[in-house]
Ligand binder design. Structure first.
Ligand SMILES: *Cc1c(COP(=O)(O)O)cnc(C)c1O
Length: 399
């Protein structure tokens, strides 16, 4: 019987179980060590067993884990303050995951529309987008595999291609019920596709013109991963609504929606809520994560190491070719090959690296932000030969 037999088969799991970690290193139950280049899918910002985070969480567990939003939670105020200072926005709602943050953003957009007399509000979403697996967020997602079999989908979404401002202008001309534009600053699941800085500035300008809310899903690309607190900051803009999750708690489940202007005032008592969201344990994780990132200079390091890894991969692949593109920012990197490369995940495990492949032919690197220069070098050194093996293998059936 496979180890996961009583579990629903939502994941085709790799046959490895990790018992513990240390910094960017993971150890499996046989004591083998792996360099973690995935961070639990952009979650473990501070790596494993960071002494500051572990101590803070232990202390918090000894005080109070949960108490309900019926009461004041000072740590919520503290984390909200940290997020508004770093985003230039004004108000925060805390929840527990990415889809919950996005679900809240969608509700904000819809009610914002109703407040303005639009009874059937529409939200612009993107091809190849990923926003989660609740009914509303999977409907916003631009991947038929995520939606298949769950119809009828939630209505009220209009889809466009990324980085095509003319398509968005046409929507502005043709669809009076649109209330918001909802996109990832860097598409994660879709294959590390970056929204151009100029595109984001154009979308911001169009939103200002039309009164649409600009809602940027920073669930994966946010929290310092790209070398700025939030990936859209590379374009010098500020959104109206920003969902966060993954890396914000460095492993403790957490979600947040940051907003400003009219969007920050949409929710009133009774219009939205959560039992677990904003609990003291998760807030302690968020506050400590941000503090440690700042004190250890992890943003600067992410930007620097990301550039180093990207150029190392490009150089390594010059020998064999087969590299379509390396893209991303900071420690959110996509390596697109000229062919499907799903088997790379197992090859990498054998070589002592944990990584992920998305969109069939894109190797996705999301290492913890405690990575150091030596880890980046080791990653390139171990990964390049594997990539070369993939792109030089004879095509199946032609061997
Ligand atoms: C992972 C992800 C989500 C969903 O987050 P969950 O915590 O799995 O619900 C939403 N948006 C983006 C961009 C993501 O990467």
């Amino acid at each position: 019987m496979p180890a996961s037999a009583p579990l629903m088969s939502t994941y085709a799991r790799l046959p490895v179980a990790f018992s513990h970690g240390d910094g960017p290193w993971l150890f499996d139950t046989n004591g083998r060590r792996y360099l973690d280049c995935l961070a639990g899918i952009a979650v473990n910002t501070l790596g494993y067993n960071h002494p500051r985070l572990s101590a803070a969480l232990r202390e918090q567990v000894g005080r109070i884990i949960h108490c309900s939003n019926l009461f004041e939670i000072p740590l919520q105020t503290e984390l909200a303050q940290m997020l508004v200072e770093r985003s230039g926005m004004t108000n925060v709602f805390f929840c527990n995951s990415g889809l919950e943050a996005n679900e809240a953003a969608i509700k904000i957009a819809r009610r914002h529309g109703h407040d303005r007399g639009i009874d059937r509000p529409e939200i612009v979403v993107y091809e190849k987008a990923f926003h989660g697996r609740s009914l509303a967020t999977l409907s916003a997602t631009g991947n038929p595999k995520v939606q298949k079999g769950f119809e009828p989908l939630v209505e009220g979404f209009v889809r466009v291609g990324l980085n095509d401002i003319d398509a968005l202008r046409r929507i502005a001309a043709e669809r009076p019920n649109v209330v918001a534009v909802f996109l990832e600053a860097i598409q994660g699941e879709g294959g590390i596709r970056v929204a151009d800085a100029q595109y984001l500035r154009d979308v911001r300008a169009l939103c200002d013109e039309t009164g649409w809310l600009l809602m940027i899903d920073e669930v994966q690309c946010g929290t310092g991963r790209t070398g700025k607190w939030f990936a859209h900051q590379w374009a010098g803009i500020v959104p109206d609504v920003m969902p966060l999750a993954k890396g914000l708690g460095s492993g403790v489940p957490i979600g947040a929606v940051v907003a400003r202007g009219a969007a920050a005032e949409v929710f009133q008592p009774g219009s939205h809520g959560t039992t677990f969201g904003g609990n003291p344990l998760a807030m302690c994780a968020g506050v400590t994560t941000i503090r440690v990132m700042e004190e250890e200079g992890l943003l600067e390091r992410a930007a620097h190491l990301g550039a180093l890894i990207q150029s190392g991969i490009v150089r390594g692949m010059e020998v064999t070719g087969g590299l379509v593109e390396v893209r991303g920012r900071g420690l959110m990197i996509g390596i697109e090959l000229d062919r499907p490369c799903g088997e790379l995940v197992r090859m990498a495990l054998e070589a002592g690296i944990v990584l992920n492949v998305t969109a069939e032919r894109v190797v996705r690197l999301l290492p913890p932000l405690v990575f150091e220069g030596a880890h980046a070098d080791l990653l390139v050194e171990r990964l390049v030969p594997l990539l070369q093996r993939i792109v030089t293998a004879p095509a199946p059936g032609k061997a």
